[in-house]
Design a protein around this ligand. Sequence first.
Ligand code: ATP
Ligand code: ZN
Length: 285
Amino acid sequence: MDTISIAIQKSGRLSEKSLELIRSCGIDFYADSRVLKASASGFPMDFLFVRDDDIPQYVADGVADAGIVGRNEYDESGIELEVVRDLKFASCRLSIAVPRGFSYDGLKSLEGKRIATSYPRILSRILRENGVNAEPVVVSGSVEITVEVGIADAIADLVSTGTTLKMNGLEEAECIYRSSAVMIARRDMPQEKREILDRLLERIDAVMLARHKKYILFNLPSDKLDEAAAIIGGMKSPTVTPLMDRGWVSVQSAVDEGRFWAVFENLRALGAEGILVMNIEKMTE
Ligand code: ATP
Ligand code: ZN
């Protein structure tokens, strides 16, 4: 039978979340992540553990059929593949940071300056789009020290909290690009492999959808049902079961996590009792 191979970062900020996502799809692997290759159990898939920078090229060459990588690495690679899902983890931003005292007033302030970055392709595209002429200084790591040592006037680097910048006397001036982990895939995948990938994606969607939903169950006087349904919103219609005690019903529904507390409080105010809230493991629309 056919299998697909998926490239995953060997060790770094993407590794754990990538494996966790795949595990929540009911797929596990035998070997530990120190080996290069591993087979999945319960799914026709192989894992390839590599450096994230190499993932787009491996997928392009067909060494792997798909891969999980930061959108920044994919865009920086300049390789054209199919981005099949935004996986929403490992979010970060590429930001311009300047030393304290640099008066920054938009990208124009970078005209003629040297900007250190590990993402010259992305940076150059954005500068070009904004009509700014600046000189990218390409460094592969420790971008934040380049101003201090005098090889750049400003930097463009990935930020998630901004603490590293502050420690190096820099201030985040402007976010110019946002990234999160994406699943990329070969464009020319044979039909059998494409079908396996689609099965994987269906599982990923079910897991991702469930992640920001809660399942809520409560008892309610039946004459309040319409109001409760309006509060819950979202889903087609809640499931309603009559209780032994006539005049009361048990209601269950999925609720968006972001709206959860508002829904909870409004249901309480409406007279809901015995509210039970559960995490959802998997879900389809
Ligand atoms: P490798 O050894 O595999 O080349 P790396 O050092 O290039 O690893 P990591 O630091 O593990 O890469 O980051 C992997 C990805 O995580 C980045 O490309 C980016 O998409 C994402 N990321 C999230 N937050 C941050 C952050 N604060 N700094 C850098 N990358 C981040
Ligand atoms: Zn890397």
